[in-house]
Write a protein that binds this ligand. Structure first.
Ligand SMILES: Cc1cc2nc3c(=O)[nH]c(=O)nc-3n(C[C@H](O)[C@H](O)[C@H](O)COP(=O)(O)OP(=O)(O)OC[C@H]3O[C@@H](n4cnc5c(N)ncnc54)[C@H](O)[C@@H]3O)c2cc1C
Length: 382
């Protein structure tokens, strides 16, 4: 049985000053009218803001200086990221590059990939997407059908991906493809490739979400050529790469802070003298938030030590996204405000948008059922 560990971590002494630095930076941006924090979450994109984050050293914080990074600890990065989310900063454009893709390239990419890509990510000028899901392969990634065939000097990829967030604005994506036929070991024969979206053979088609926005896409590979040195982690290691990446994807504060701005706005709506029912519900939510934060920082500490806390990360994502989905429902009840879209006060609109967004929280990055399956296996129940 897996031993679940959420040992407490002590944030480094440098973090108080760092937190204040981020607060001053965001306050400056808001004062200049650059964005309205109330409507943002980590998927809100603003290319100029990402560039400003790059200039401040807030991207690639833990990576070597030689590739544009800043050699800070994972916990220092955690504090910056947490602060940006709490302040409603539009970090969406660089989020995937910083959270997982750049890290994967650093650990498993070729020297050419390091030099070509990492400095641009750190500058806030290079954005990535995740090319895992396919029309018949979402939860069951081992069923991917996108195929890469060996050719002189590289590989030719054909097939399609779906729900690929931000692919229409990304410079690269990391695509999972089958490089050997599906055999008894379903997890063998898959490989990850770094795909330059400006090259021929790559195209996207929009998929509109529940509120009519264009966040994700269908991605089509039509005999797309990728060089040998853009293979990530070696041919056939795709499954290992994907599962390693998911611990980063699932454990951060973004997995319980998607509705944090709404929580703050809702507390303002309720006011400083909530009735006993409201006080109880708010107390419960805040206690959950504090617990999630403690669990998530503990995982950041484990990742810093080179561990792969995939099962702990699954637990954070499952509980965290359940919390995110609860926030609009609880406050809809407590405030009596009817959610709307585009015709009412900011709060009603924020509530309406969040309610339409919230089903995706427990789907993206792995569904509840899949996460609970992993947790059950960790507990020795399956
Ligand atoms: C907003 C959003 C953004 C996304 N962005 C990306 C992205 O950038 N890149 C990317 O690659 N993907 C992305 N996805 C896709 C996401 O990862 C998949 O939707 C998710 O993994 C589920 O896969 P699926 O949609 O194929 O559903 P399915 O796998 O078909 O699942 C359908 C239902 O069956 C359940 N189910 C499936 N298998 C099992 C099982 N073994 N046991 C119990 N229940 C099971 C699932 O939990 C789910 O409820 C995004 C999704 C959303 C909603």
């Amino acid at each position: 049985m897996h031993e679940f560990r959420f040992d407490p971590v002590k944030l480094p002494e440098t973090t108080d000053a760092l937190r204040q630095e981020v607060r001053d930076f965001v306050a400056e941006q808001v004062a200049q009218g650059r964005f309205d924090p109330r409507l943002n979450s980590w998927s809100s994109r603003d290319v100029e803001f990402s560039k400003a984050c790059g200039e401040r050293g807030y991207i690639g914080m833990c990576w070597p200086k030689q590739y544009g990074g800043h050699e800070r600890s994972a916990l220092e990065r955690y504090v910056v990221v947490e602060e940006l989310l709490a302040l409603g900063a539009p970090v969406g454009a660089h989020w995937v590059s910083d959270r997982q893709s750049g890290h994967q390239i650093l650990r498993h990419g070729s020297e050419r990939a390091h030099q070509l890509i990492l400095p641009k990510i750190c500058a806030g000028e290079c954005f990535f997407s995740i090319g895992m899901s396919e029309p018949d392969s979402g939860s069951d990634l081992a069923a991917v059908r996108t195929r890469a065939n060996k050719v002189e000097g590289g590989w030719k990829i054909s097939g399609s991906k779906v729900w690929t967030s931000g692919a229409h604005e990304a410079h690269y994506l990391i695509a999972l493809a089958r490089t050997a036929p599906l055999e008894d070991d379903r997890h063998a024969g898959m490989t990850q490739f770094i795909v330059d979206t400006s090259h021929p053979g790559f195209s996207t088609r929009p998929i509109y979400n529940l509120y009519g926005g264009h966040d994700f896409n269908e991605v089509i590979f039509d005999d797309y050529f990728v060089e040998d040195d853009m293979v990530l982690g070696g041919v056939g290691s795709g499954w290992k790469m994907v599962t390693g990446e998911l611990a980063f994807e699932r454990s951060g504060p973004d997995r319980f802070m998607s509705t944090f701005q709404l929580l703050l706005e809702s507390l303002r709506q309720v006011g400083t003298e909530p009735n006993p029912q409201a006080a109880t519900e708010i107390g419960r939510l805040v206690a959950h938030l504090a617990t999630l934060r403690r669990m998530s920082t503990s995982i950041a500490g484990q990742l810093d030590r080179g561990a792969n806390p995939a099962v702990e990360a699954a637990l954070v994502k499952d509980i965290g996204t359940t919390f995110e989905r609860e926030v609009p429902e609880v406050f809809r009840r407590l405030t009596g405000v009817e959610p709307s879209l585009g015709h009412s006060s900011d709060y009603a609109e924020n509530l309406g948008l969040t309610i339409l967004r919230s089903p995706s929280f427990t789907l993206r990055g792995g569904t509840r059922e899949i996460l609970r399956g992993m947790i059950a296996r960790g507990l020795g129940l399956r």
